[in-house]
Write a protein that binds this ligand. Structure first.
Ligand SMILES: [Fe+2]
Ligand SMILES: [Fe+2]
Length: 228
């Protein structure tokens, strides 16, 4: 993960100061339900659940785009356009999976056990419901599906910015894990979580572009060019 040119501290401040997107009722209900399950406080367990759910829409879109590309393989323009969404969906999905593994490393390091809602049956139910919901949304109205994801990612970006603020001890905790270093070449755990938060902003920006609302993109120095 390229972080050299990016001022992670500055971007965390930008996230904290930027008001949340004006969430739809559906998104508000979704976040409220997640808080009901995990509690209101931001914890590593809660972010793990966010990451387990985060990759699901990308997986739905990848499958959807591949199906469409197979049906319309003779239409090169369509294949090019769909192929870009599919590639980004794969990339974002892998990135969310990295977040999950990195958070797991932090929990191992701190000796924190998984909370009750991470034991298999609960994630299975939540993942199944969210899979169904994202597939249905993509089928009925793909733009709305992209917008819902933008709302999800806006929420996630704010969660991580606040999480780092709530844990000042991370500023002095060095990153020793090789796995975490593979994810981001940064020195402290505070910066690891800032980097995760900025990834969520990239996901947010991509989702805004795809749903036809590029005016909502949150630009910053070092932003990937692929976004616009
Ligand atoms: Fe994530
Ligand atoms: Fe994300």
């Amino acid at each position: 993960m390229e972080t050299n040119k990016i001022d992670l501290k500055k971007e965390q401040k930008v996230s904290l100061e930027r008001p949340r997107y004006n969430y739809s009722l559906a998104a508000k209900i979704f976040f409220f339900s997640m808080d009901l399950v995990t509690g209101w406080e931001i914890t590593l367990g809660k972010t793990k659940l966010i990451e387990i759910l985060a990759s699901i829409p990308y997986r739905s879109w990848e499958i959807r785009q591949y199906g469409r590309m197979t049906r319309k393989y003779k239409d090169s323009n369509f294949v090019d356009k769909s192929g870009k969404i599919m590639e980004w969906s794969r990339e974002a999905q892998d990135n969310e999976y990295w977040h999950l593994r990195v958070i797991n490393e932090k929990m191992k390091e701190d000796g924190i056990k998984d909370p009750w809602y991470l034991f298999p049956l609960v994630p299975f139910i939540l993942v199944s419901l969210y899979s169904l919901m994202t597939r249905l949304m993509a089928f009925l109205n793909i733009r709305r599906a992209f917008l819902f994801n933008a709302e999800f990612e806006d929420h996630a970006e704010h969660v991580y910015a606040k999480f780092v603020l709530d844990n000042p001890q991370w500023e002095d905790q060095p990153v020793n894990s090789d796995l975490v270093k593979q994810y981001a070449d940064v020195k402290t755990w505070a910066d690891v979580f800032r980097r995760i938060g900025l990834d969520e902003r990239d996901h947010l920006n991509h989702s805004f572009v795809l749903c036809g609302k590029p005016e909502n993109v949150v630009k910053y120095d070092g932003m990937p060019e692929s976004i616009l």
